[in-house]
Every structure is written in C-alpha cells, then in structure tokens.
Design a protein around this ligand. Structure first.
Ligand code: MN
Length: 131
C-alpha cells in the first residue's frame, strides 16, 4: 500500500502547448507504463480549458471543486459540479475546462495510452457558446 499525503502530491504547471489559460497538473497516480492506469488531478483557473483531444481508451472526469464544462464535437455540453462524473468514450473528440467565474479541479482517469491532441485550440467563441 502506498499512502500519499495531499501535500506530497507533486503539482506543477501544465503549460500552454495544449491548454488555454492557467492549468496545473497533480500527479495523483502516474502510469507505471504508457498504457497503464493514470490518475491526474487537473486544476483550471477561471476560463481555462484544454485543447480539442481524444483518449484512445476513453476517460473518466470526476469533478472535485468548481463547475466543469465538457463539450464533445457533436456539440453536447456537460455542466458538471463537485461529485459529478463525466465519461468520454474511446476516441470521442472533446475538451474540458472551468467556467468563466471560478476555478475547477477534476480528476482525470485514463488508461490505454496518452492523450491524442488534435492541434486545435478551443476558441473564445467556442468557449462562450458552450455555456
Ligand atoms: Mn479529455
């Protein structure tokens, strides 16, 4: 068994290559191999969001604080609060982020390999239309 105190979990900036706004990653459970279970805390500042992407084996998002916006490329939007879970099936193109007024933290739970980024930012217009 391995018990990590919250203060011992390594948090650091996600960078801007695949995100808009200020986003931090927390290494809750880094994958033991590239395809293994990966649990990442992701903290978005107000208005921050990921770029469009997909996950080869799907993704569970579990909201810890704030309000999450999750949109798929068919246009559906999930507005999810603390304790809510959102599932993106394998290969479904989507983005996720915080609402405009408050920070949001979710857990990202994946396996099956790294995120596939599509090289497309979520524009301000796309972001505004998702609310
Ligand atoms: Mn995702």
């Amino acid at each position: 068994m391995e018990h990590q105190a919250g203060d011992d979990i390594d948090w650091g900036p996600a960078g801007t290559e695949h995100f808009t706004g200020e986003v931090d990653f927390g290494a809750v459970h880094p994958p033991d191999t590239p395809e293994a279970l990966a649990v990442l805390g992701v903290r978005f500042s107000p208005g921050a969001r990921s770029d469009w992407h997909r996950h080869p084996a799907g993704q569970v998002l579990y909201v810890v604080e704030g309000t999450a916006l999750v949109q798929d490329d068919a246009g559906s939007v999930a507005v999810a609060g603390p304790g809510d879970a959102v599932y993106a099936p394998p290969g479904e193109v989507h983005w996720h982020g915080a609402g405009p007024d408050e920070a949001m933290t979710h857990l990202s739970i994946t396996d099956g390999g790294p995120t596939e980024w599509l090289g497309r930012k979520v524009t301000d217009e796309e972001y505004r239309s998702a609310r």
